[in-house]
Ligand binder design. Structure first.
Ligand code: MF3
Ligand code: CO
Ligand code: CO
Length: 272
């Protein structure tokens, strides 16, 4: 029996027992995985290009230029540009901005800022998606802690992403660690299937209960991208652009994101 036939049989067994299982399109073929891996490698190179240049005095539109030009230099397309009307090639979310910040020549990075740069790359029909936090100049110990704890939340979410375990395990691991440090977890946005589209099913909540939700199966590709707030979890969307999500209490928020593949023995981070 082929690996895939074995996997399908096992999925059918879980489904028969009443578990929520992935649909066929949530399980990528070996050829699709090669394509997603290529797009993800370019995505990482683009984030590396940002990392090499980002500094105080730069505008978030300068980051957009780096992302746009670096992506094109790799023969790829910056997926956010014109996605559902998004006007730029990358999301840049500063301090109390949670996600979907729009690059602007009026937003100048200054010492003490923390900024999320979220890059999504389309190459040869396949998508990779990842984001990192950057600390500009001298940031407060409180902000630095938020950034590092959020990175560890992502690592724990990845660690919980095991074949024949459950999506709820991911949110359980992320939220337990965030709460332990006195932080809150954003609920309105989460990780997502990715590969043939920028956003696919399933939704990956960063709050969850162990052994609940959809079964994780080898061949699934999705993002984990916890948004962790220093204060309260509530958010609002900037009515001036209908995109940028900000913390209601004005306190800082951090986010890190990877695209991962569930394998037969564990997982692989495609956006390393
Ligand atoms: N990269 C984001 C994510 O992690 C989505 C970008 S939305 C866009 O899901 F409109 F900016 F493209
Ligand atoms: Co992203
Ligand atoms: Co994403």
């Amino acid at each position: 029996m082929t690996d895939l036939a074995q996997i399908e049989e096992k999925i059918a067994e879980y489904a028969a027992k009443g578990y929520e299982v992935p649909t066929k399109d949530m399980i990528k073929t070996p050829e699709e995985i090669i394509g997603i891996r290529r797009a993800s490698k370019i995505n990482t190179a683009v984030l590396d290009a940002v990392a090499a240049k980002i500094k105080a005095g730069m505008s978030t539109d300068d980051i957009n230029t780096i992302v746009h030009e670096s992506t094109l230099a790799h023969g790829a397309i910056p997926a956010p540009l014109n996605y559902e009307g998004f006007p730029k090639s990358v999301c840049t979310s500063v301090n109390e901005e949670i996600c979907h910040g729009i690059p602007s020549s009026n937003v100048i990075l200054k010492s003490g800022d923390i900024v999320n740069v979220d890059v999504t790359t389309l190459y040869d029909g396949f998508y990779g998606d990842a984001s990192r936090m950057f600390m500009i100049g001298k940031v407060t110990p409180q902000k630095k802690n938020l950034v590092l704890i959020t990175k560890e939340c992502l690592r724990r979410g990845v660690e919980a992403s095991q074949p024949w375990h459950f999506i709820g395990d991911i949110g359980a691991a992320v939220s337990a660690f965030a709460h332990k440090h006195g932080y809150s977890v954003v609920r309105e946005f989460g990780g997502h299937g990715v590969g043939l589209q920028m956003h696919e099913e399933p939704f990956i909540s960063h709050v969850g209960k162990k052994n609940t939700g959809m079964l994780l199966v080898p061949g699934m590709v999705f993002t984990i991208e916890p948004m962790i707030n220093m204060g309260r979890p509530e958010l609002y969307v900037d009515s001036a652009n209908d995109w940028t999500a900000l913390t209601e209490d004005g306190k800082p928020s951090a986010q890190w994101e990877h695209t991962i593949l569930i394998t037969e023995s564990g997982n692989e981070i495609l956006t390393y």
